[in-house]
Design a protein around this ligand. Structure first.
Ligand code: FES
Length: 192
């Protein structure tokens, strides 16, 4: 297995696997990283390397309400430090209201229900949502903090996801997938 660390240290030379950009609220602070994305994206390791890789992400700079996106195995992974309001909004939703009642969380049994805690990083870390940022309809990348449920909105065909990344309206059939991940410390999450 090959670990890699995503850093926000601007003084470091970007490496070919420094895939990072931050979304709302902190875009200005990491402008250089955001600009570098398209360039770095073209220097990806080949598919066999990607398939084996894990990525370690330092999330210490993410205040509640902030997100970042890392690229892992060729896909965007959204990491969001959710606000109390976002967690509460997701908890209030009865499972019977969900279009997809399954957690779709690789860290849990396949039968796990799509409760808010089972979509999150778990008890005590419910503020953290780590999920593959790919719409389950036809694979577009949804926009964060958008749509009718305050979560993500996929403009391709109008799918609305809630603050736990669960599909609530539109053609997407499933909740956005939660990959295998683990917090290796209070501030570092390893994906894969
Ligand atoms: S790809 Fe997202 S709604 Fe169709």
């Amino acid at each position: 297995m090959q670990d890699e660390t995503v850093s926000t240290d601007h003084s470091a030379e970007p490496t070919r696997r420094d895939f990072l950009y931050l979304t709302t609220g902190v875009a200005a602070a990491v402008g250089a990283a955001a600009v570098a994305w398209p360039f770095i994206d073209q220097m990806q390791p080949d598919a066999s390397t990607l398939a084996l890789s894990t990525v370690e992400v330092d999330v210490s700079s993410l205040e509640p309400g902030m997100s970042l996106t890392v690229k892992w195995r060729g896909k965007p992974v959204f990491i969001r430090n959710r606000t109390e309001q976002e967690i509460e909004a997701a908890k209030q939703v009865p499972l019977s209201d969900l279009k997809d009642p399954e957690a779709r969380n690789e860290n849990l049994p396949a039968s796990a229900p799509a409760t808010d805690v089972d979509r999150s990083a778990g008890e005590g870390k419910e503020n953290w949502l780590v999920m593959i940022g790919v719409c389950t309809h036809l694979g577009c990348i949804p926009l964060g903090q958008s749509g009718e449920f305050g979560g993500w909105f996929c403009p391709c065909h109008g799918s609305h996801y809630d603050t736990a990344g669960r599909i609530r309206k539109g053609p997407a059939p499933e909740n956005m997938a939660i990959p295998l991940f683990e917090f290796t410390s209070d501030t570092v999450v390893r994906i894969g």
